[in-house]
Design a protein around this ligand. Structure first.
Ligand code: MEV
Length: 440
């Protein structure tokens, strides 16, 4: 059983590691050695990473891969992907190559509006609150001028603020619902600073409002925070081509393939159990690019899944159809991303990934991310509706098993040769390695 610790955050990095090692590991020296193995030899770089969060003891690696040959809006790009799951980068690359000879991907930003809310409690006459709001609305803009000045120079700022009556959901509950354009930044700090100033203005103005009773003047601000649900910050990615052009080695009958593909998407549209896994495949692509470019994948995940259930049922983010012998496949997702601020200029690998994407604007990054999601979804559905997913997946997973057993080159060669023609499963590979080792 482990002990509680007082003042852990005040310990030095070395002391923190020693405490953890002694507290949790039968062999503390070994634990310390694993932790330190992942330290960067460049002390300055390590310090930079140490300071991203609190109580840092080491670095946690996730592979950074690249999926090349993405033809997007008639321009080639290589997309960086940070992900631990085998097959994902391979699948994205395959999709990219497949569509590069069929017109490529089209991506369009539909809107870029961000949202923030001040949640408050007002006990009193609702019509008086509405009148108060219209009379003081300008003050929300003027009192935030020092915060919005720079953003306005870049062409962004506060778009609008509306009062929302939510008393049908919770007694006395109202909101200031504000919309923002944050240009190339994700905008979380900007939005939250504006909201906290709105809250201050709201309380101060209510106190001084002559038409309010004492109780009405006493507005209780519960919280001021941006929303990660951004249904008006939307990007669309699509591919299409004549059905007959879908033909290739694994698609000998393109018409049957297209029809089955559309059916697979329709199943995800109507069946939530399938929709979740279908969308998970999309998120394989989306999260990997979001992470590689230093954006907040938790925010993106939360917002996208809320969007997938916006009509009351959780449904597919992507759609497909065949019309006039043309196969089309597309998705629309909400993405609040930034290419300035946050980690984008601090993390050397994030900077490098953004450079690889030719320093995109936030709108361009939205397009890359959406395309990666669609490519991933296409690859998954293509496998699922033809060979099945395990064939390719387990072949990629073979490597992980070989590493786990520390197979040498000779063993690797023999195992790869064997499993070219045999079904890969964890136990089959383990049996094979054990037999091989018995023979020596
Ligand atoms: C695995 O990470 C993702 C898939 O399950 C997605 C899907 O089923 O569409 C293959």
């Amino acid at each position: 059983m482990s002990n509680a610790v007082a003042g852990f955050s005040k310990l030095s990095k070395e002391e923190k590691i020693n405490w953890i090692a002694k507290e949790y590991f039968p062999n503390p020296e070994e634990a310390i050695s694993i932790i330190k193995n992942y330290w960067n030899a460049d002390e300055k770089l390590q310090k930079l990473h140490d300071e991203f969060i609190e109580n840092t003891i080491s670095n946690f690696y996730i592979p950074l891969g690249v999926a090349p040959n993405f033809l997007i809006n008639d321009k080639y790009s290589s997309i960086p992907m940070a992900i631990e799951e085998s097959s994902v980068v391979a699948a994205a690359s395959k999709s990219a190559k497949f569509w590069s000879t069929r017109g490529g991907f089209k991506a369009t930003v539909i809107d870029t509006e961000k949202i923030g809310q001040v949640h408050f409690i007002f006990k009193g006459d609702e019509s008086k609150l509405e009148l108060f709001f219209t009379q003081i609305k300008d003050k929300f803009f003027t009192n935030t001028e020092s915060i919005t000045k720079n953003m306005q120079k870049r062409g962004g700022g506060i778009l609008d603020i509306v009062l929302k009556n939510k008393t049908n959901l919770l007694p006395n509950y109202f909101q200031l619902h504000a919309t923002f354009d944050t240009k190339d930044s994700m905008g979380a700090n900007f939005i939250n600073s504006c909201l906290e100033q709105f809250a201050k203005t709201l309380k101060e103005e209510a106190q001084a409002y002559p038409l309010f009773s004492e109780e009405e003047k006493d507005i209780e601000v519960v919280m001021s925070i941006l929303s990660n649900y951004v249904p008006n910050c939307i990007v669309r990615a699509e591919v299409s081509c004549p059905v007959e052009d879908l033909v290739e080695k694994h698609i000998p009958n393109p018409k049957a393939f297209a029809e089955r593909f559309v059916r697979a998407v329709q199943i995800a549209e109507v069946e939530p159990f399938r929709a979740v896994t279908h969308n998970k495949g999309i998120m394989n692509g989306i999260d990997a690019v979001v992470l590689a470019t230093g954006n907040d994948f938790r925010a993106v995940e939360a917002g996208i899944h809320a969007y997938a259930s916006r009509n009351g049922n959780y449904t597919s983010l992507s759609h497909a159809k065949i019309e006039n012998d043309i196969f089309s496949f597309w998705l629309e997702v909400p993405l609040a991303l930034g290419t300035v601020g946050g980690l984008t200029s601090l993390h050397p690998l994030v900077k490098l990934c953004l450079e690889m994407l030719e320093n995109p604007s936030a709108e361009e990054l939205m397009q890359f991310v959406a395309v990666a999601g669609l490519a991933q979804n296409f690859a998954a559905l293509r496998s699922l509706t033809t060979t099945g997913i395990q064939d390719g997946h387990m072949k990629m997973h073979l490597n992980n098993i070989l590493n786990q057993f520390e197979a040498n080159d000779e063993e690797r060669h023999s195992i790869r040769k064997h499993f070219k023609h045999h079904v890969v499963s964890h136990s089959a590979v383990v049996d094979y390695i054990e037999n091989l080792r018995k023979q020596i």
